[in-house]
Ligand binder design. Structure first.
Ligand code: ADP
Ligand SMILES: O=c1ccn([C@@H]2O[C@H](COP(=O)(O)O)[C@@H](O)[C@H]2O)c(=O)[nH]1
Length: 209
């Protein structure tokens, strides 16, 4: 890490299933690994361990109140100050924070990736370059259906009910309106080699300047 320089924060927002994680990983692969870190907003979901499973299922996980944004900001500030943090981890199968933390060292470039990172004014003030990954509703839903059955321990009925009750309304209320803050809108997510190469080249030139 370049000790004398403030890290650059990239905010990467977009709906669930739009390809944020894929884009963040593709950008990261093109940069020196010791100079970039990905900070997933998902890691900062509230600790729901005091709630029963039935109560956890009723939470709107697409609403700002589902996140521990104070902890996210505290750890982001520490990373910006050059300090390492113990990042929480979230377990989607039990709908709560897991016991383990991940030790995260500061880096010159921080990709802050999550559905609401551009929608929160508190987070926006820390973001230098704002990206929004765009994909049609049906594509995002199909990807989420495949991923959540395979990786997040969800049934098809659960995914459909949650999508209609909270995911879609909150996308329309919070995520889509945050697109207007983006410097760059990336369609086709992880498949968009041109956008990924352009952003990576820009970041490389900033690192080398
Ligand atoms: N361009 C793409 N074409 C097909 N599948 C994709 C594409 N981008 C992402 N996926 C898949 O869709 C799912 C959601 O992508 P992910 O990057 O996790 O989205 P997000 O982080 O926005 O929720 C993953 O299983 C991923 O492998
Ligand atoms: O317990 C939970 C916590 C979150 N979710 C859903 O996750 C997505 C955000 O993550 P992406 O990686 O961007 O898809 C959000 O839409 C929540 O609905 C969940 O289902 N369960």
């Amino acid at each position: 890490m370049n000790q004398g320089k403030k890290p650059l924060v990239i905010g990467l927002a977009g709906g669930s299933g739009s390809g944020k994680t894929t884009v963040a990983k593709e950008i990261s692969k093109r940069l020196p690994q010791d100079r970039i870190l990905i900070l997933p907003e998902d890691a900062y979901y509230n600790d729901n361990s005091a709630l029963t499973m039935e109560e956890r299922k009723k939470v709107n996980y697409d609403h700002p109140s589902a996140y521990d944004t104070d902890l996210l900001i505290e750890q982001l500030k520490a990373l910006l100050a050059g300090e390492a943090v113990e990042m929480p981890t979230y377990n989607f199968s039990i709908l709560s924070r897991a016991k383990d933390t991940i030790h995260v060292e500061p880096a010159d470039i921080i990709i802050l990736e999550g559905i609401l990172v551009l929608s929160s004014p508190e987070l926006r003030q820390f973001i230098d370059i704002k990206l929004f990954v765009d994909a049609d509703d049906d594509i995002r839903f199909i990807r989420r259906l495949q991923r959540d059955t395979q990786e997040r321990g969800r049934s098809i009925d659960w995914i459909i009910a949650q999508y209609l009750a909270t995911v879609k309304p909150s996308y329309n209320q919070f995520v889509e309106p945050s697109k207007k803050y983006a410097d760059i809108i990336i369609p086709q997510g992880g498949e968009n080699q041109v956008a990924i190469d352009m952003v990576s080249s820009k970041l490389l030139s900033i690192l080398n300047s």
